[in-house]
Design a protein around this ligand. Structure first.
Ligand SMILES: [Zn+2]
Length: 150
C-alpha cells in the first residue's frame, strides 16, 4: 500500500459543501482504474426534492454519464459515511471494485449494519470494503450539522 492515495479529503470537501447548502454533510468521490477522480458529489436531496439524491448516487450517475456506461468496473468509490441500503445496492449494480467509507452509520447504514446488502445472497457483486477512513472528521461534520439544527 506504499502508493496508496486517499481521496477521503476530497470526499470530505464535498461533505462540507453539502453542509453549506443545508444538506446532510455526506460527500463521495469516484476514481477510475488509474486512480483519477472522475466524479465527486455531495448530498442534494433537499435542493433536488429527491430522496435518492445521496452523494453516492449522484457520483455514480455522473461517472456513468461521463463514461457512457451503466457500469463502472475497476472504479473505486470513496464516501464519508457508510452507504445506506439504496446506495449499497447501486454500488453493487455499478460493479464498483472497492468501497472506502469513513464513519459507520448504525442508524441508516446498509453495509456493516442493518440490511448488510453486500452480504445478502441476492447480491451478485460485492466490492472490497474498507471502512474507518477519515472516520473522525466525517463523524464530526455530521454531529456539528445535526447539533446546529436542534
Ligand atoms: Zn444512500
Amino acid at each position: 500500500m506504499a502508493d496508496f492515495t486517499t481521496h477521503m479529503d476530497q470526499a470530505l470537501a464535498e461533505a462540507r459543501a453539502a453542509a453549506l447548502r443545508g444538506e446532510v454533510p455526506v460527500g463521495a468521490v469516484i476514481t477510475d482504474p488509474r486512480g483519477r477522480v472522475i466524479a465527486a458529489a455531495g448530498n442534494r436531496t433537499r435542493e433536488l426534492n429527491d430522496p435518492t439524491a445521496h452523494a453516492e448516487i449522484l457520483a455514480i450517475r455522473a461517472a456513468c454519464a461521463r463514461l457512457g456506461s451503466e457500469r463502472l468496473p475497476g472504479h473505486d468509490l470513496w464516501v464519508t459515511l457508510e452507504p445506506c441500503p439504496m446506495c449499497a445496492a447501486a454500488i453493487s449494480a455499478a460493479r464498483i471494485a472497492r468501497l472506502y467509507f469513513g464513519a459507520d452509520d448504525p442508524r441508516m447504514g446498509g453495509v456493516t449494519h442493518g440490511a448488510r446488502v453486500f452480504d445478502h445472497p441476492q447480491c451478485h457483486h460485492r466490492p472490497q470494503v474498507y471502512d474507518g477512513l477519515s472516520a473522525q472528521p466525517s463523524r464530526a461534520l455530521l454531529q456539528s450539522f445535526f447539533a446546529a439544527r436542534r
